[in-house]
Design a protein around this ligand. Structure first.
Ligand SMILES: NC(=O)c1ccc[n+]([C@@H]2O[C@H](COP(=O)([O-])OP(=O)(O)OC[C@H]3O[C@@H](n4cnc5c(N)ncnc54)[C@H](OP(=O)(O)O)[C@@H]3O)[C@@H](O)[C@H]2O)c1
Length: 215
């Protein structure tokens, strides 16, 4: 089984990379900065995405984990915050970046026996849990959730399963030290979720520990 994880140099992506390596899976991780064991990828650069796909030409990918993401607007105020450039970067990374990776790597997924796509969204994508604040992050993660739900329909005839996940409140650079769980605990839970993902459950929105998340 070959797994490709975007943003695998730190945080949840790195923990997933380590987890799949421990299992003995063939796992490809990406990083923005040049790193010996990781493939270069900036999800906001279309050419970077197509170059990655070309490099992997002919190789099946069983599981694509769209993990790379940013949370650019912690603590922004209406008075002088939420600048348009921040909206553009947030959406380019968390939404367009997810789509471009899936689009470019579809030929590789089509070569796998039981292809799966996992989109790491967030509980902050939920319309039902909408306490305000962090508007760019919330809107971009909601868009990533919506993208996953619609791709699940589009790709079902090809038997490509798509799941959308909340990884927990995780002690990464993004989540901070006060978050509830370690990246390893999140990765362990997520890997179990990805194992369970199938065409029968495609379009699911689940938490790292296996609960259905409200939309
Ligand atoms: N931590 C949490 O509590 C939490 C909760 C809910 C959802 N999430 C989601 O989980 C995912 C992973 O988060 P994390 O906590 O592990 O965050 P993190 O520690 O900040 O790591 C983010 C990863 O994404 C990569 N990345 C950012 N922009 C990129 C770009 N343009 N192209 C390629 N890679 C890019 C980063 O690479 P660089 O090192 O180059 O920046 C890094 O590898 C994100 O999608 C996040 O929104 C996290």
């Amino acid at each position: 089984m070959t797994v490709l994880i975007t943003g695998a140099n730190r945080g949840i992506g790195k923990a997933l990379l380590d987890g799949y390596r421990l299992r003995g899976s063939e796992v490809l991780g990406t990083a923005r900065a040049a790193m010996e064991t990781l493939l270069p990828l900036d999800v906001t650069e279309p050419e970077s995405v197509t170059t990655l796909a070309a490099k992997l030409a002919g190789r099946p990918i069983d599981l694509l984990v769209c993990n790379a993401g940013i949370y650019p607007d912690k603590g922004q105020s209406f008075e002088d915050g939420y600048p348009p450039e921040m909206w553009a970067k947030g959406f380019a990374t968390n939404v367009t970046g997810v789509f471009l990776c899936i689009q470019a790597l579809l030929p590789h997924l089509r070569r796998a026996q039981t292809p799966k796509i996992a989109i790491i969204s967030s509980q902050m994508a939920s319309d039902e849990l909408a306490p305000g604040g962090s508007l760019i992050y919330r809107a971009s993660k909601a868009a990533a959730l919506n993208l996953g739900r619609n791709l699940a329909v589009d790709l079902k005839p090809e038997r490509i399963a798509v799941g959308i996940y909340h990884p927990g409140s995780v002690q990464s650079d993004m989540g901070g030290p006060g978050a509830s769980i370690t990246p390893d605990a999140s990765a362990e839970g997520l890997m179990a979720r990805f194992d369970a993902l199938s065409v029968a459950t495609t379009g699911c929105f689940e938490t790292w520990d296996g609960r259905a998340h409200p939309f």
